[in-house]
Design a protein around this ligand. Structure first.
Ligand code: CO
Ligand code: CO
Length: 350
């Protein structure tokens, strides 16, 4: 292959990946309201072999193979939120694989989606793919191929497939009154990475958190009773809790004091490092979430902010939640519980 750029032509030598993109990670998702409008106007496929998917806003679609097994399929890709290409590949893969874990599955095979600018060295593409392959290997999943197109902004992700027994699939719509809500990662990635893009923090803890697979959380929870599960990503903790509560025809009560944030996140939010998605999420959720009057604005900012590669949110009976926390350890927490449906789908108390 021809050597490019070393003498000024071709690629930019020290370009920061995050400088090439407008928004990054799951913050680059379309606003949930827009997405619902479009999906609501489509003649969606109704196939008896298809369950989950669009109608219940679940993490992945589930396709019945007719022999007691199902295919679980999902796709996720986004622009980089970090400058190191290998780390970006790891995070994009962990985030895409997570939707399989959120369905209780174990990823089997994946295809990659890559958008790549001609101004970047091809070694950057290679590093992104190596990072993704490393995570896929850790997940026991094989990346079997993919598709690459030239684009002004870099973007990367995976479409992932798992084969599971039909009766072992989790949905986000089975939460029951009295269940505890367990969250397995810290919150504040969106704020941390907005500040990171602005050169305000190294965000080492948030980057490390995004790299972690939800595999261990899924594996431990598989030995316990799970009534509903999802992962916390672009629609924020409140958005994903809303989808779970709405799908389960219940109300999710979240207690602010039990949430775990990256230590710098509240201060950075107070300084105004808020991802764009924070506002579109609130537009969609404002009439669905009720805050206790004492909840400070900075925590509303954090709770409406998109997360990227966030933790699993699990609705489990109290004793199973306790067993889960015992075995998983930090930073998993019981962050609230499920109540009988009341006026608001999500209630945030202090
Ligand atoms: Co998801
Ligand atoms: Co997703």
């Amino acid at each position: 292959m021809k050597e490019m750029g070393k003498d000024g032509g071709g690629y930019m030598a020290d370009v920061r990946l995050t400088e090439l993109v407008r928004s990054s990670g799951c913050n680059a998702k379309l606003p949930p309201g827009d997405l619902h409008d479009v999906l609501g106007s489509l003649p969606l496929a109704s196939d008896p072999r298809l369950f989950g998917g669009y109608e219940k806003s679940d993490d992945a679609c589930v396709y019945d193979l007719g022999d007691g097994r199902v295919l679980i399929e999902t796709v996720d890709f986004f622009p980089p939120m970090v400058d190191d290409p290998f780390t970006f590949g790891e995070i994009a893969a962990a985030n895409a694989l997570s939707d399989i874990y959120a369905m209780g599955g174990s990823p089997d095979v994946a295809l990659s989606l890559m958008c790549f600018p001609s101004c970047l060295d091809l070694s950057v593409m290679r590093s992104i793919m190596l990072g993704a392959m490393e995570k896929a290997k850790e997940a026991g999943c094989v990346i079997a191929g993919g598709h690459t197109i030239s684009d002004r902004e870099p973007k990367f992700g995976l479409s992932v497939t798992a084969i599971e027994n039909k009766d072992s699939v989790w949905t986000n719509s089975g939460a029951m009154e009295g269940d505890c809500l367990v969250l397995t990662k810290r919150l504040g990635v969106g704020v941390m990475m907005t500040a990171h893009k602005g050169g305000e923090t190294e965000a080492t803890d948030a980057i490390e958190s995004m790299r972690i697979l939800n595999k261990r959380a899924r594996d431990i929870a598989r030995g316990l009773t799970v009534h509903a599960a999802t992962d916390v990503t672009g629609f924020s903790l409140l958005g994903h809790a809303y989808e779970m509560a709405d799908g389960s025809d219940a109300t999710a009560c979240i207690s602010l004091s039990s949430l775990s944030f990256f230590p710098e996140a509240p201060e950075l939010a107070r300084f105004g490092f808020l991802p764009e998605g924070r506002y579109t999420n609130e537009d969609y959720l404002c009439d669905k979430v009720m805050f206790a009057p004492q909840v400070e604005k900075v925590y509303k900012d954090l709770l409406f902010s998109p997360e990227t590669s966030g933790g699993l949110l699990l609705a489990m009976p109290e004793k199973d939640a306790a067993l889960f926390i015992d075995e998983f350890g930090e930073p998993a927490r019981v962050i609230g519980h499920i109540e009988r449906k009341s006026g608001s789908r999500v209630i945030v108390s202090c």
